[in-house]
Design a protein around this ligand. Structure first.
Ligand code: IMP
Length: 442
């Protein structure tokens, strides 16, 4: 039987939990890092020796020499965004050729997807989602409508030309009729995308075959989630979600690996909670404390630069996230951002219409009725920055983490105490798990 040397790592809430750094730190334990959902709406910031890299589409694994990066079939690929990232990585001297692979079955984002999204987001009578305006939703709509362009078809110029002609005819008509949008020129679009197609071609392969073969050969794979579990199209705070399956289950669909091949699931959560874009956020802080968290945590979206909304740790939400993902391990990031607080409220349950509950509402009305019930823990009020040993954390910081672990039901495996690779602690039991799931640390 093939060994399950694999882990799914994903954001436990609404994205931006600091996964980029954690994937980067963990990637030394894995031979392959594969993205399974979303597109260049994601933003993964990694700081290595003081230099900042922001990746939107390409998995962070490529920053480690010898680690393969895979863009799976569940991803929507914007060829231009992809080529720009490849260029940026090459200019930085990072090896990409022979280390980066794109699924032939991934869907392609084309300019009319952005056109439709921008028009629809601002149209009267539509719920404004606050999307990243990258054309993600309309590209997934076309996929489900069985009307999308797959990477394999992007590579065939004659198919590409016909697809663009037909699609532009349809999308231009719709966008003009509904939103008064100016039409896009299919000829110009074809010429541009035929050029991109030739440049993307060397990276394209059957990545499901590549991943399954790698596992058979005993290689270890990390499935890198994008966005966050609560932005999942089915399980998230619908309609304020993204258009793909960002939960752990998406790793199976979005890469072509069977469910029995997943070794474990690791959820990344900040020591508090943030969200960009619209949608419910029960523990959101509106006053000075929220501002202070935003300032100390530098909470601005990596993709759009929008200020992130900030709030306290929400345990009902984390428990829900752990349940739908089957999360076994938690990684807590940005612990040091809480260093200056005298007291730290943590939401332990919700009150909805006077009734205390742990259930996550399915609808927006339910979310609007939530009154968070808080337990206030004492702040440690001293610096945790750069501490890499759990025992060296202030006792009250240890208490905070132990409380989250006990209440959320998942074990804390790592804690991040600063933006750099080295400002990370790995707890012994998690290190042992990594020894069995991944390869030896180099
Ligand atoms: P879309 O994915 O661009 O359609 O945006 C849908 C929602 O998901 C918006 O609220 C976005 O702000 C949010 N979103 C999409 N990608 C990310 C991400 O990587 N981090 C955080 N939020 C995201």
């Amino acid at each position: 039987m093939t060994q399950r040397k694999s882990a799914v790592i994903l954001g436990a809430q609404w994205g931006d939990e600091g996964k980029g750094k954690i994937v980067d730190v963990l990637s030394e334990r894995f031979n392959v890092v594969a993205r399974y959902a979303g597109g260049h709406n994601a933003g993964h910031t990694v700081i290595i020796s003081g230099k900042k890299y922001v990746l939107h589409l390409i998995p962070c694994g490529v920053l480690r020499p010898g680690c393969l990066g895979v863009i799976g079939n569940g991803v929507v690929l914007d060829p231009l965004a992809f080529l720009n990232e490849v260029k940026m990585l090459k200019e930085t001297g990072l090896p990409v050729d022979g280390q980066l692979f794109v699924s032939d079955r991934a869907q392609v984002i084309l300019p009319y997807h952005r056109m439709i999204e921008l028009a629809a987001e601002n149209a009267p009578g539509r719920t404004k989602i606050g999307t990243t305006s990258r054309g993600i939703g309309p590209a997934y709509e076309d996929k489900m409508h069985r009307n999308g362009l797959r990477v394999i078809d992007l590579l065939n110029h004659s198919l590409l030309r016909t697809h663009i002609q037909n699609a532009c005819h349809e999308k231009n008509t719709i966008a003009h009729a509904l939103f008064g949008t100016e039409p896009l020129d299919p000829k110009q679009m074809y010429e541009e995308y035929a050029r991109y197609s030739d440049q993307v071609a060397p990276y394209v392969t059957d990545t499901a075959e590549l991943l399954n073969r790698s596992m058979k050969e005993g290689k270890s794979i990390m499935f890198e989630g994008a966005q966050g579990a609560l932005l999942d199209i089915d399980h998230g705070t619908y309609p304020f979600v993204t258009s793909s399956s960002s939960t752990a289950g998406g790793a199976v669909i979005g890469t072509g690996i069977g469910p029995t091949m997943i070794g474990t699931v690791i959820g990344v959560t900040k020591a508090y909670v943030t969200r960009v874009g619209e949608g419910p956020f029960p523990t959101e802080l509106h006053g000075e404390v929220g501002e202070e968290l935003r300032r100390r945590g530098q909470e601005y979206g990596a993709s759009t630069g929008r200020p992130r909304r900030c709030g306290w740790m929400d345990l009902p939400l984390l428990r829900y996230s752990n349940m739908i993902n089957g999360t076994e391990w938690l990684v807590v990031t940005k612990m040091d951002v809480l260093d200056t607080l005298e007291e730290i409220p943590v939401c332990t349950s919700y009150k909805i219409n006077g009734k205390v509950t742990d259930m996550i509402p399915a609808d927006m009305r339910g979310f609007e009725s939530i009154e968070p019930v808080y337990t206030t823990l004492k702040g440690w009020n001293s610096s945790t920055e750069g501490i890499t040993d759990f025992e060296k954390l202030p006792k009250l910081a240890q208490d905070y983490l132990n409380f989250i672990e006990k209440e959320s039901g998942a074990k804390i495996g790592m804690v991040s105490t600063g933006p750099d690779r080295d400002q990370t602690m790995t707890l012994p039991s998690f290190a042992t798990t990594l020894d069995t799931l991944g390869k030896a640390a180099s």
